[in-house]
Design a protein around this ligand. Structure first.
Ligand SMILES: [Zn+2]
Length: 381
């Protein structure tokens, strides 16, 4: 074996008996293929868990619980009877120490708690779900454990992730959190923003329905984007950013709930037009410009979603207006169709029972939402 077992004092594992690691030499070699870097990763993960769980002991059972990827070509550990998390020490018995993890991660604004915990586990080479199990097994509030693991002030964590301070009724804290999205819908945050804030490429953050682009980096982060690699530049199509500003102005003018409802209906109608006849020239031109600029994303549904977005916002504007919505469902509906043909459908008048806009005008259907699109407000004192 090209390496020697580390000093136990270096891991501060006070209850490990002398010779415990050397007794596992064959297993350790099997797990790491004799690579010193692979070995130090494995021992490091084990030492962290030994401290976190309060056992301060690195034994075979603990080593089996550490997620560890050996060098390519080296077989993984065979399944062990100790491997199941259910045979782990009872979570409730875990003592959560007040010491920070070796690699704390920076919280990201509006990040979901699972996303933050996942980043903390990845940075410290812990198995997915290990920290969550500790949190669930402890009676201590999560905010306190996360603050001690990351060495951040709990107030800083709550400002980034308001859901962790939901029981904090301090009016000054609640005032600071006004306008932030509530914990309902979440998306993958702009990867250039998260990288710039040293939070990695993949951060899930709570969002509201209009958070579809990153205006700072000119990226589409909205519909049909499921990971950071799906996010693409929209700089070749400035009409998308213009539509986004229009969208935000509609929310200011008509209120968030009404615009969200209209936006959802307008999205369904525009997608059906796309399915039926590939939509209109404006959307096709936007698609061509985006696909030419970003050939790697040429066949992605996210590019279609971004191309339809300006038309969706224009239709939302007509539908979210109480004046026009009332005309759309009245006997004077022709005036509404004329407006839509001018603003969205390039002179074409939607007609017939198969047309999705006509269907909405006839039935006034209301979308069902999963979650809501609410933001935090401050209760008047
Ligand atoms: Zn960004």
């Amino acid at each position: 074996m090209p390496w020697s077992p580390p000093s136990k004092t270096a891991c501060a594992c006070t209850t490990t008996n002398p010779g415990t690691l050397t007794a596992q030499a064959q297993h350790l070699h099997y797990r790491t293929g004799g690579s010193i870097s692979s070995f130090s990763h494995l021992i490091r993960g084990a030492a962290i868990m030994a401290v976190l769980t309060g056992t301060e002991k690195i034994d075979r059972e603990l080593l089996n619980e550490i997620q560890h990827r050996p060098r390519r070509g080296i077989p993984r550990t065979p399944p062990s009877r100790h491997h199941s998390i259910s045979t782990m020490r009872t979570a409730a018995a875990f003592r959560i120490p007040a010491s920070p993890l070796p690699r704390p991660v920076r919280p990201y604004k509006d990040e979901t708690t699972p996303s933050f915990i996942r980043r903390l586990e990845t940075a410290n080479t812990l198995r997915r779900g290990q920290l969550r199990t500790l949190l669930k097994g402890s009676r201590r509030p999560w905010i306190e454990s996360l603050a001690s693991w990351t060495d951040y002030d709990p107030a800083v964590l709550v400002l980034a992730m308001p859901q962790l301070g939901q029981h904090d009724q301090d009016p000054s804290v609640q005032r600071k959190l006004a306008g932030r999205p509530t914990r309902t819908a979440h998306t993958v945050a702009c990867h250039r923003c998260t990288l710039a804030r040293a939070a990695g490429r993949y951060v899930e953050a709570y969002s509201t329905h209009e958070q579809l682009i990153c205006p700072r980096h000119g990226l589409w982060i909205g519909d049909d984007v499921s990971g950071s690699t799906d996010q693409f530049s929209i700089r070749a199509s400035p009409e998308i950013t213009a539509a986004w500003h229009h969208h935000r102005n509609l929310i200011t003018g008509h209120g968030r709930p009404g615009v969200r409802k209209a936006f959802h209906i307008a999205s369904v109608i525009n997608r059906r037009w796309y399915d039926q006849f590939q939509h209109f020239t404006t959307a096709t031109d936007t698609y061509d410009a985006l696909a030419a600029d970003q050939p790697r994303h040429g066949n992605s549904y996210a590019v279609v979603a971004a191309s339809l977005y300006p038309c969706i916002v224009n239709l939302t504007a007509a539908m979210a207006s109480p004046h026009w919505a009332q005309i759309a469902h009245s006997k004077r509906s022709r005036a509404f169709l004329d407006k839509v043909s001018e603003d969205v459908t390039e002179g074409w008048i939607p007609k017939g029972s198969f047309d999705p806009l006509q269907h909405w005008m006839d039935t006034d259907w209301i979308p069902g939402f999963r979650g809501s699109d609410a933001i935090r407000t401050v209760k008047p004192e």
